[in-house]
Design a protein around this ligand. Structure first.
Ligand code: FMN
Length: 643
């Protein structure tokens, strides 16, 4: 491996890498991120390798296993360059045809293309698919074009040029000023300005300072940081090395959860390569600046993502938060000034240094600059990772990029900010995403989870679910969080079971107030958000549960009953056969009836009843109609099922 001792050497190396790459040579980029891996991209990769050899094209085609492309709903994904032909949901069986037709004959295989659901048109190019077209992928865009295990791929797209620029052409103060000017706010939680945090550490008198990458990512449903670290680990290393230079640190840590094996593997490979090339270690790029990074695998506790808990865990102690009379950028890891930033925050740094703060601030709103990656999940047509400019409306994210709500259902709410975020209702869909805007609406940006909910979601149950998660994850060190959340969980559970009573909402509000005011860390202070936001926007649902023992979304198990409408039942026997509790009575020509004593409310009958009959219904807050007399259950009319 060549050691790069100067920015000029780096440029020479980059030119040499590019000169060995023919831009017209076909290159198959295959998404090998965790989501595509789970849907079989490993097997697709094997068959591409085999097939290319079999068809005598080994030297004619490049194959690149990349990080996540974002459109996880449609994986495994391949994009064939230079034409940028994008195929979705590839199986190993499709591969011989892809090689013989698209690679050899330059013919597009229609059935593997994306079909626009509005126009029914087939779309060939990745960048023209609405999911991608409406994004601004500044940070995440390279994920789909480089092999994270190859430092050459990163260098080919300009990798480490920001580090070279910072070390050779800028003083540490200038780097700090540029980041401050960019108004880059932390992408992991509170949106604290990165430059101000760095400045505090830089000005602290201690010689030893640390930089830390927060890759704990414990929010259910969120995987932005995982995908960045898996897909473009050098961008994070480059970002935190620049940060280290700015604050005068020589030692850094990447705190990554153990459940992210591919991220751990790829970042370790990246560190090794960066050390061999001289982008990490002693005398980086001949500048005299030294910096080393080590990976620390976390044990998967949600609270360990919190800054002080994370640092305590790094020190080898139980990962519990401490009070922050003195911020950790002043007294952090081992009592030394420590800058902790989220993975995505670090990934923005090389872009800001390379292109300048003025370029960066053209994206976003007054208070929130740049872009944000969200994991768009839940009841949404296009599940995946999306990167949008700050200020894009929730409506555009959900409908233009996410493709709206599947199954003809109505949108109900979107939950942002992770488990301690809040639910934003339909009437606020025009809200522009930004740190302050989301907080004002009773939610928060958090690290970028975005869970879409449709009309079938019970908002009381949503609050119960998140409070349940947070109660389990509370470290128990402070009373308001440990006891307060436990009580909130009990009350919310009772409400969803139809055992709520007058005064419960008020009690929940009081408990929320105490947790917000008096908890030790932000787990406790933000934990009431799921309740507070749902009671703010969906109070009628709470009241229906408490006063009428009714779940308007027909979702809470204890408050619903399944019933077969005798006028609609065609005695098709499907629900009877599928019911796991054998609770359906009926015969070939005999109208079916559910035995409520036996029914476990699993909902199977509801799901399997053919939509053309829709005979199984859910009832809540009203008595179940009495079964029709036995003699009237025999069907004499011509059954639709037998038509
Ligand atoms: C309970 C809890 C969990 C957190 N988990 C994460 C996490 O997984 N990743 C993250 O970057 N920040 C997390 N944070 C926020 C961190 O405390 C911290 O603010 C953040 O890492 C700072 O980086 P940033 O300024 O770049 O956002 C969490 C905070 C709390 C209270």
């Amino acid at each position: 491996m060549p050691r790069i001792d100067s920015p000029a050497d780096l440029e020479k190396l980059r030119k040499s890498i590019l000169s060995q790459r023919d831009p017209d040579k076909p290159c198959i980029t295959l998404c090998s991120g965790s989501a595509c891996h789970a849907t079989g991209s490993g097997k697709v990769a094997e068959s591409i390798e085999e097939e290319v050899k079999k068809q005598g094209l080994r030297d004619e085609v490049d194959i690149r296993k990349t990080g996540c492309h974002g459109f996880c709903e449609r994986g495994p994904i391949i994009v064939i360059h230079p034409e940028e032909i994008c195929y979705f949901q590839i199986t190993p069986e499709d591969v011989p045809e892809i090689v013989s037709q698209t690679i050899k004959e330059k013919k597009v295989i229609e059935r593997l293309l994306y079909t626009d659901p509005d126009t029914n048109e087939k779309i060939i190019h990745e960048s023209e698919i609405p999911f991608y077209k409406n994004q601004k992928r500044l940070v995440f865009g390279s994920n789909g074009s480089i092999d994270p295990k190859s430092i050459d791929d990163y260098l080919a797209i300009g990798g480490y040029s920001a580090l070279a620029k910072a070390l050779s052409g800028m003083s540490a103060e200038q780097v700090l000023e540029e980041v401050k000017k960019s108004n880059l706010r932390g992408r992991g939680g509170g949106g604290f300005p990165a430059g101000r945090k760095w400045e505090g550490s830089r000005n602290a008198p201690e010689e030893t300072k640390y930089v830390i990458v927060n890759a704990d990512e414990g929010d259910p449903g969120a995987y932005m940081d995982r995908s960045l670290l898996e897909g473009n680990p050098h961008s994070i290393l480059e970002g935190c090395t620049i940060g280290a230079y700015a604050i005068g640190s020589h030692e850094g840590y990447i705190y990554v959860r153990q459940e992210y094996p591919l991220a751990v593997e790829n970042v370790n490979i990246a560190i090794k390569m960066a050390e061999e090339y001289g982008f990490l270690g002693k005398n980086i790029l001949g500048s005299g600046f030294d910096f080393t990074v080590r990976v620390h695998r976390g044990a998967g506790a949600f609270v360990c993502g919190e800054s002080t808990a994370l640092m305590t865990a790094l020190e080898g102690r139980v990962g519990e938060p401490r009070s922050k009379y003195i911020r950790s950028n002043i007294k952090g890891l081992w009592g030394m000034p420590s800058v902790l930033n989220n993975v995505e925050t670090w990934a923005n740094v090389p872009l800001i240094i390379n292109k300048g703060a003025d370029w960066f601030t053209q994206f976003g709103t007054d208070g929130s600059k740049g872009t944000k990656i969200f994991s768009l999940v839940g009841k949404i047509t296009n599940t995946g990772l999306v990167e949008v400019p700050m200020g894009m409306s929730l409506k555009d994210i959900i409908y233009k990029i996410g493709g709206g709500i599947p199954g003809g259902k109505k949108f109900k709410a979107v939950q942002t900010g992770g488990p301690s975020g809040g639910c934003i209702p339909d009437e606020l869909l025009d809200l522009e995403v930004g740190f302050d805007e989301l907080t004002k609406a009773g939610s928060m940006m958090g690290s970028g989870g975005m869970i879409v909910m449709d009309e079938d979601t019970c908002m009381v149950d949503v609050a119960r679910y998140f409070i349940d998660f947070l109660t389990d994850e509370s470290c128990g060190k402070c009373v308001p969080c440990r006891e307060g959340l436990g009580q909130m969980r009990k009350i919310l559970t009772k409400i969803t079971e139809g055992k709520g009573k007058e005064g419960d909402i008020k009690l929940l509000e009081e408990l929320s107030e105490v947790a917000k005011e008096a908890s030790l860390c932000a787990l406790g202070t933000s934990a009431p958000n799921p309740f507070l936001s749902t009671v703010r926007y969906f109070r009628d649902e709470y009241e229906a549960h408490i006063q009428e023992k009714r779940c308007p979304a027909l979702s809470c198990k204890e408050l619903i009953t399944f019933h077969i409408d005798p006028a609609k039942c065609q005695a098709c026997m499907i629900c009877k056969k599928k019911c796991p509790a054998e609770a359906v009575d009926g015969g070939k020509k005999k109208i079916h009836v559910i035995d409520q004593e036996k029914c476990t409310k699993c909902g199977t009958c509801f799901e399997v009843c053919p939509s053309r009959f829709s005979a199984v219904t859910k009832i809540s807050g009203e008595p179940v109609p009495s079964p029709i007399p036995e003699e009237e259950r025999i069907i004499t009319r011509k059954s639709k099922a037998n038509e």
